[in-house]
Design a binder for this molecule. Structure first.
Ligand SMILES: [Fe+2]
Ligand SMILES: [Fe+2]
Length: 212
């Protein structure tokens, strides 16, 4: 059957529109799963940052200076994760949610356990799931931002486990004297950082030093 000229034009237009809009939603705009995941991750990271700052103050008040330092460094790292997720949302035209952080401050040992639980959830479930969806949707920037957080939360989990063990064994003096936090990905090093970040390759000069 031969198509008349107007039918041909309609067909071409339909294919073009499908391709264009199909690609737009594929790249993850408002309403796609990655948009929702970015919002959830942004709220989670913003809350973690505020919570760890409060845990740092509590540790300081209880005389656990070195554990306070770790909470402070992690708080800074989580704010970098939140900022990265926010930048991706803005780039995608997704509305950035307002955050009203809610958390309980307990004793430092309980706060450390809470931090370990939070990091464990992000490492075992949340970020792997978010990364899978972002990969399926071809949302490249979201994948970078999720992966930075995913890699750093593994490090935070280990640092918090080490701090809790030190607290229980009464040898907190073995913990780091200061931390170096990468301003690109939040990577958190005990004492000195290498010449380039092991996650984002950012030069050491762009790290922040958390001393007190
Ligand atoms: Fe984080
Ligand atoms: Fe973390």
């Amino acid at each position: 059957m031969k198509m008349i000229k107007s039918q041909k034009i309609m067909l071409v237009a339909t294919v073009l529109l499908t391709t264009f809009f199909g690609f737009k939603s594929y790249a993850g705009n408002e309403g796609s799963s990655t948009s929702e995941n970015l919002k959830a991750a942004f709220i989670g990271e913003s809350t973690a940052s505020a919570k760890y700052a409060a845990y740092a103050k509590k540790a300081q008040d209880e005389g656990h200076q070195k554990i306070a330092l770790l909470f402070k460094a992690a708080s800074k790292a989580e704010s970098i994760h939140a900022g990265n997720h926010k930048a991706v949302m803005q780039n995608m035209g997704v509305e950035v949610p307002k955050v009203d952080p809610k958390y309980d401050v307990k004793n430092t040992d309980e706060n450390l356990q809470d931090a370990i639980n939070g990091e464990s959830y992000e490492v075992a479930t949340m970020y792997p799931d978010f990364l899978k969806v972002a990969s399926k949707e071809g949302a490249t920037m979201a994948m970078i931002s999720f992966n930075y957080a995913y890699q750093v939360e593994k490090i935070h989990k280990a640092l918090y486990q080490k701090a809790l063990a030190a607290l229980q064994n009464n040898d907190e003096n073995t913990l780091a004297d200061y931390y170096m936090v990468c301003t690109t990905c939040g990577n958190t090093y005990e004492n000195e950082a290498p010449a380039r970040c092991g996650i984002s390759m950012t030069p050491k000069e762009r790290f922040v030093r958390i001393t007190k």
